[in-house]
Design a protein around this ligand. Structure first.
Ligand code: SF4
Ligand code: SF4
Length: 129
């Protein structure tokens, strides 16, 4: 995957209030599929790069690689959220160390801010995640 810079750490992207460690991810394939007006694109040296004007994710992605990955069983996957997602964003919460849970979640607002990543079925070849 060709990315040109790394996202910064923000509260929007993760919760570390307990040992589980949850991350919120956004699926760029969903940006393309929804025709989101916040998705920008430009071409440079024969490569088309796409990114999010709203900075829900902070990297720019090689569109051809995104499309190629979406043809595989697991698709391109998700990017860690760095800005608060909008209604049209395709997001999920990934509980990194779910087996470490001791007691109830201390930040249910974050945990339930998106569907669990584990519930996302792998995209069939040729279809978006
Ligand atoms: S606002 Fe959401 S759907 Fe639109 S480009 Fe950004 S991350 Fe994608
Ligand atoms: S389980 Fe709850 S408190 Fe723990 S990291 Fe996830 S959102 Fe935060």
């Amino acid at each position: 995957m060709a990315l040109i810079r790394l996202p910064r750490e923000t509260e929007a992207g993760g919760c570390r209030r307990c040992a589980v460690g949850c991350d919120r991810v956004v699926y760029p394939a969903g940006c393309v599929d929804s025709g989101c007006p916040r998705l920008y694109a430009y071409s440079e040296h024969g490569t088309t790069w796409v990114g999010c004007l709203a900075k829900v994710f902070a990297v720019e992605i090689d569109l051809a690689r995104l499309e190629d990955a979406e043809l595989t069983r697991h698709g391109f996957g998700g990017l860690r959220v760095v800005g608060e997602p909008l209604a049209q964003c395709s997001v999920a919460v990934d509980r990194t160390f779910e087996h470490r849970a001791v007691g109830p979640c201390r930040n249910p607002g974050f945990l339930h801010s998106a569907p669990p990543a584990a519930a996302r079925a792998p995209a069939p070849p040729g279809q978006a995640a």
